[in-house]
Design a binder for this molecule. Sequence first.
Ligand code: ZN
Length: 241
Amino acid sequence: MNKIKQLQEIINSSNNIVFFGGAGVSTESGIPDFRSESGIFKSLEKYGDTPERLVSHSYYLEHTEEFFKYYKDCLIFPDAKPNPAHYALARLEKESKLKAIITQNIDGLHQKAGSKHVLELHGSVYRNYCEICKKYYDLNSVLESNSIPHCSCGGIIKPAVVLYEESLDMNILNKSIEYIQKADTLIIGGTSLVVYPAAGLINYFNGKNLVLINKSKTDYDQLATLVINEAIGETLDKIKF
Ligand code: ZN
């Protein structure tokens, strides 16, 4: 049977789908993965350091101005639009088939497409808080600042994005585990499953169908019910609801 037909049948027969997505979900919206080969090349050439270093907590503390330069240049894409993957997942949620989206992306595109139950493991560029008084600021406040964004109280406005060396929000992680444990189908897309905590989360899945949609192979392919090595947007666009 062809793989799209197989995916269609899995979705038709599922009532509790959870989607787990990585950077590959957003590449079709023109957001490059800053950890990809070209992303690393750009960061080394232009900023003299690796992406892991440039978006680490210690770099933020020691080189705040450079941090924001790189962050604004390589991690924020305010004009990006959702692609067919985001819209298909939003439709599945509307039809009550999909219960939650767990994402490693910080771009807010699932919400832009209309999804409501989005668990953002790595936070979001759309939420920013003063380090001192905790006042909320939107994305524009960060984008419009000349170098380091400052609150009216003088504190630095820090993006609610999980930096390297920082721990994940346990509340969001535990909610993600709960959803995965209850799911009958887990669709994983746009991630090679090497970044923590992606790999660990799969172990909580006890349902019927594990579907992996990723351009390249992953270490978990042999565990999956269905593996599709294609772009996620193109793939989900072929599914009928
Ligand atoms: Zn403040």
